[in-house]
Design a protein around this ligand. Structure first.
Ligand code: ATP
Ligand code: MG
Length: 274
């Protein structure tokens, strides 16, 4: 948990959420939303209770990715929102709130405030993991999420090329500065496996994820190929991606357990007197 945890007031609706995982990258379009969704799906496949919140207020992409664009959420007591349940994932996104309900829910013009409202006004219930899919950048929204929420750990997504590595470094620096534990890096679009010639083509270069992992002494949790997603194929339909996500879930779960152990060890223990 982040160092500033003691100064946080955890929203009531998040009290029963055991672990909060933020998926970040300073660069746009590297696959944060894809990773967030498939991490959530893979955790569900392993039997965990999982939630997913789309932190992109201006351009929420999860409703489309989850085939939920036409679904709208219930507003209870004009304040607390009930998440949608899609493929066993408790899901919330700005894209699910109908425009008539908007004025009831959104007060205050700041987008970062809107993300906080989306998180804190949703009745998440009991969850093992709540995944926050964040928008690109190192601005107000990312700062608010990391400073005001008890983030258990951050996952950073990059693609292999230099520009992405350089942008992602900014994100990593921000996470470090805010003392949010880094769970590791995922390199997306690492290569394309051509079915005709059976060769792997490194379209966006090679090794960006590994470079960052070494530089920041964190784990490269997985490398995901660029897939041809024609004919309604999804990332987890691909055997390699499925295996990588299973590995990512295993590593994330291990790291979260280690972090929790450290946090509980750090709490001073007073022997009880009879
Ligand atoms: N490994 C992959 N193979 C094929 N397509 C992919 C892969 N990863 C992501 N995509 C596709 O690339 C696009 C961008 O991915 P995604 O929306 O997850 O990125 P993002 O980092 O969340 O973007 P933004 O910064 O805009 O939020 C999406 O259409 C997604 O389906
Ligand atoms: Mg996104």
């Amino acid at each position: 948990m982040s160092e500033n945890l003691n100064s946080l007031r955890i929203p009531k609706t998040l009290m029963k959420v055991k672990s909060l995982i933020g998926v970040f990258s300073a660069k746009g379009g590297v696959g944060k939303s894809m990773v967030s969704l498939n991490l959530a799906k893979s955790l569900v496949n392993q039997g965990y209770k999982v939630g997913l919140v789309d932190g992109d207020i201006y351009g929420p992409s999860q409703p489309l990715m989850m085939n939920a664009s036409n679904m709208k959420i219930e507003v209870k007591d004009e304040k607390i929102l009930k998440p949608l349940i899609v493929e066993k994932i408790s899901f919330m996104s700005m894209g699910l709130i109908s425009s008539e309900k908007m004025p009831v829910i959104w007060r205050g013009p700041m987008v970062s405030g809107a993300v906080m409202q989306l998180l804190s006004q949703t009745e998440w219930g009991e969850l093992d993991y709540l995944i926050i899919d964040t928008p690109p950048g190192t601005g107000d929204i990312q700062l608010t999420i990391m400073q005001r929420l008890p983030i258990t750990g951050a996952i950073v997504v990059t693609t292999p090329e230099d520009i992405s590595v350089s942008d992602t470094r900014k994100g990593l620096e921000m996470i470090k500065k805010l003392s949010v534990p880094l769970l590791g890096i995922i390199e997306n679009m690492s290569y394309f496996k051509c079915l005709d010639c059976n060769k792997s083509h490194f379209i966006f270069g090679k090794g960006g994820g590994e470079t960052l992992a070494k530089e920041y002494k964190i784990d490269l949790l997985g490398t995901l190929p660029l897939l041809n997603l024609e004919n309604n194929l999804t990332i987890l339909d691909d055997k390699i991606c499925k295996k990588e996500f299973d590995k990512i879930v295993y590593l994330v779960d291990q790291k979260v357990k280690e972090l929790k152990m450290k946090t509980s060890e750090a709490i001073p223990q007073t022997p009880l007197k009879n």
